[in-house]
Design a protein around this ligand. Structure first.
Ligand code: BG6
Length: 309
């Protein structure tokens, strides 16, 4: 097993017939093949930049401390925050009979890119207020599943609000085939459609299908301690489970974003092939309602992808 702390390196984990690869840039998982279906479950764009010059287009980029563009117009923090655009340090690997893990760390002082200006994370503001944080990330591989756990710790002198999301790109054989490909399990979630700007409720037992461009947030009903959603794709089935805990081990609600750029947006995205939308779909669990971390507090957010067939 490789163990390295150099920039732009890839760590390979193998366990019980499964394989996964993690790129140190953004601690981005870029490949996951389970023992039971041997196919690549994660989509990475054929023209993704892997040289550290931008976020990796595909795999599982980590989104923190903001999802989407900054809330304030003055802030120049880039969309989805700074985790996915900085190199993370590999701090350890383990190998057991049935599992292998890799752990990564990003100290705030090492997050030199993507903090922008005119926001609490900027160099100037953070130094003035004593804002500091540490991110730890564990990737655990087992025969049929991949578990990614992000721990966010406030190591500074002031509180900060945080969103966190695992922007997971799945390889899909026919995303726009609504008979063969659908997402289930988000019944009764509140939908915010970022394209039509409509809000509403998901119907019970409704299937989420991809028609053209789709960009929707699904927010959980009250007292929903675990997000469980299934992706069916031309006969194969993946289950995604995600939970989040605050400093006192209380559940933090987990939302989910479903995204496919569609033809036009894929064509307009420099690191996506024009036809990439026909091979991928993002199902992205995350803490979208910001959680406030006081000095000394931590929160964890974990996603497990299980390959059923
Ligand atoms: C999704 C957002 O999570 O990420 C979309 O909901 C966005 O609005 C997409 O277009 C891709 O974002 P980016 O910054 O990686 O191009």
């Amino acid at each position: 097993m490789s163990f390295s702390t150099t920039e732009n390196t890839i760590t390979t984990l193998q366990a019980a017939g499964a394989t996964c690869k993690i790129h140190s840039h953004g601690a981005t998982v870029i490949s996951f093949q389970s023992a039971n279906n041997k196919r690549e479950n994660l989509f990475v764009s054929s023209i993704a930049k892997l040289d550290g010059s931008k976020a990796i287009r595909g795999g599982i980029p980590i989104v923190f401390p903001i999802f989407g563009p900054p809330a304030s117009k003055e802030s120049t923090m880039p969309q989805h925050g700074f985790c996915r655009v900085n190199p993370w340090k590999l701090t350890g690997t383990t190998e057991e009979e049935k599992a292998a893990t890799a752990t990564y760390e990003l100290l705030f002082e090492d997050a030199v890119k993507g903090r922008g200006e005119n926001n609490i994370w900027s160099k100037e503001e953070a130094e003035k207020n004593g804002l500091d944080c540490k991110l730890a990330y564990q990737v655990r591989l087992e025969a049929q599943c991949l578990t990614c756990t992000l721990t966010m710790s406030n190591t500074g002198k002031c509180a900060f609000p945080a969103q966190a999301l695992l922007h997971t790109y799945f390889t899909i054989q026919a995303p726009q085939d609504t008979e063969k490909t659908f997402v289930e399990g988000l019944d009764n979630y509140t939908i915010v459609d970022k394209i039509t700007k409509e809000q509403g409720h998901a119907n019970k037992e409704s299937k989420i299908v991809i028609v053209g461009e789709v960009d929707r947030e699904y927010h959980p009903p009250a007292k929903n301690d675990c997000l469980t959603t299934n992706i069916t794709d031309s006969g194969s089935k993946l289950t995604i489970q995600a939970t989040a805990k605050d400093n006192n081990s209380n559940d933090i609600p987990v939302s989910c974003v479903v995204w496919n750029p569609g033809k036009d947006k894929a064509g307009a995205t420099s690191d996506l092939d024009d036809n990439a939308y026909e091979h991928m779909m993002c199902v992205e669990p995350g803490i979208l309602k910001p959680v406030t971390l006081e000095p000394g507090q931590s929160a964890t957010f974990s996603q497990t992808i299980t390959v059923n067939v």
